[in-house]
Every structure is written in C-alpha cells, then in structure tokens.
Ligand binder design. Structure first.
Ligand code: PAF
Length: 282
C-alpha cells in the first residue's frame, strides 16, 4: 500500500492504471476509520482492479469550528486498517494541496440543501460538493463508494455527478451497525459510556417507527412519540425526525406504501451530533 500526498505523486500512478486499462475504485473518507469505512473498501477491492482511499478532514464542510477541532484524527491506526483491508493507495493531501487558494465557487443543490442536514448545517453540502469535486478531478476513479448512513450526502453527490457529468458511477453501501444497532460513525468515539448508551435511542426510534408505520399507525402520532422520547432522555436533543423520499428528499406528513420511503433522524447526544436513517420501502 502506497501513501500519496500530492497530485504530482498521484498523476503518474493514475496514468499507468489508465494505460493498463484497469478499473480504479475510490473511497473518500475523513479518517477515524471504522468497519463501515472498511466495508466500502472491501466493496471496492472486490469489484475493482485498484482501490484508492482518501483521508482528509475537509474544513469547508464543517459549519462549526468546534466540530472541526474535535473531529477525531487517527492517521496511523487508519493506515494500518487500510493495509490490512488491502487498499492499494491512500491519498492524504494537506489543506494547501486541496485548497491552494480560497474557493469562491458556491454550489446550489436546490431543494436538497434546504431540508434536514442542509437546513441544520448551513454550508455543509457546499463544502462536501467542493471537496468531492476536487477529489474526483484529482483521483479520476471509475467508481466511488459512499455509505448509506449519509443518505442526504449520497443524494447530493449523485446530483453533483449527474449535473457536472463526472464520468464515474456511485456505489452506495449499506450502513454498518454495532451489535446493539448503533450506526457506526467516527463521531461515536467521542461518546462517554453513558452517552454511548443514550445514543441507542436513534436506532430504537427509527426501527420502532418503521414497524409502526408498516402496521398502519399514523406518522403524526409516531413522530410526536419520538419527540416525547427524546424530551425525557437526559443527554439527548432531537434535531429532526422525518419521513421522506430517499432520493428527492421530499418530506411527507403521511405514509403510503406506494413509493420508496425512508426515515431520517439527527440528534445531539451530549456534545456529539449523530445522524441515522432507515429505509421503510427501498
Ligand atoms: O462522508 C464523509 O466522510 C465526507 O463527507 C466526505 C465524503 C469524505 C467528504 O469530505
């Protein structure tokens, strides 16, 4: 496994892969890797000739400087995990490499950025759009792998790829959960034992809501029960709980079984903001 830090180092490697006519898979990450990331890597290594993983904590996608400062960074451990997962290349650029000058370009993802993560984290998807576009241009993969846990990010990236005609395909990999259901996230490392226990509320509410919706209960009632469950949880603060279309992110007040529907949730558990989602009808 080779660690690459600059575009100049990467370009001849890419040219050789291209010349061989081989397929390059790409897994963009912000490091602090867990099994969910490694699932993306193994999907890539299983289907592509070469796999490159990027590790870059992207400053432009954080709408809070405290969140950026506290984002876990575990480079040595990450590199060991990627080596064991048989990644071929790891791209670890500096901020100056990806942002040699301040960026003036602004993305507008339409309706997608006015709801849920877009509404609660202003500027977040602009930063994701910027860094993912830069990485796609630099790395030039044939396929890129993203986790379903960041469902709205997946919708944004699919729009980016389509609207800007990036010649690559996007593969979405199911959310990896701990045994008790908590969705794996780099942010889970910041939870103390009590908060880790409280964090189960997100998945519990998602799965109960799914069951109740499929049993014919009203979304309005389920939604208000979830708000009540969070209101009484000592360290949790619910930001949103929504029923929506998983690609357009159109939000619904009532549930019908006719089309794809997902539930999305975001909440603070202590100081840590967590998100999760569950497809009801895929
Ligand atoms: O999902 C993430 O870890 C990040 O948003 C991404 C896609 C690597 C862009 O920084």
């Amino acid at each position: 496994m080779k660690v690459i830090r600059t575009e100049a180092e990467w370009n001849p490697i890419w040219a050789a892969i291209f010349k061989e006519g081989k397929q390059l898979g790409f897994v963009p990450t912000m490091g602090a890797l867990h099994q969910g990331h490694l699932d993306l890597v193994s999907q890539s290594t299983a289907s592509m000739d070469y796999t490159v993983v990027s590790i870059f904590v992207n400053p432009t996608q954080f709408n809070s400087s405290e969140d950026f400062q506290n984002y876990p960074q575990t480079l040595e451990a990450d590199l060991a995990k990627l080596k064991a997962a048989r990644a071929d290349y790891v791209f670890v650029p500096s901020v100056a490499t990806l942002y040699p000058q301040p960026t003036h370009l602004r993305f507008d993802f339409g309706d997608l950025e006015h709801v849920l993560e877009g509404a609660f984290r202003p500027g977040h998807f602009n930063g994701v759009g910027l860094v993912v576009s830069k990485l796609f241009h630099l790395i030039q993969p044939s396929r890129a792998f993203f986790g379903q846990k960041d469902l709205q990010q997946v919708a944004v990236i699919k729009r980016l790829v389509q609207d800007l005609s990036f010649g690559l395909s996007i593969e979405v990999v199911p959310t990896r959960r701990e045994k008790d259901g908590l969705a794996m996230s780099s942010r889970n490392m910041r939870l103390n034992p009590e908060e880790r226990q409280q964090a189960l509320l997100l998945y519990q509410q998602l799965s109960q809501a799914k069951e109740r919706l499929l049993a014919g209960e009203s979304w309005k009632q389920i939604n208000s029960d979830t708000a009540a469950a969070f209101a009484t949880a000592p360290t949790c603060k619910l930001e949103y709980f929504a029923l929506l279309h998983p690609e357009t992110f159109e939000i619904f007040d009532t549930f019908t079984q006719e089309d794809a529907r997902s539930l999305c949730i975001a909440a603070y558990v202590g100081p840590v903001r967590l998100i999760d989602n569950l497809p009801i009808i895929a």
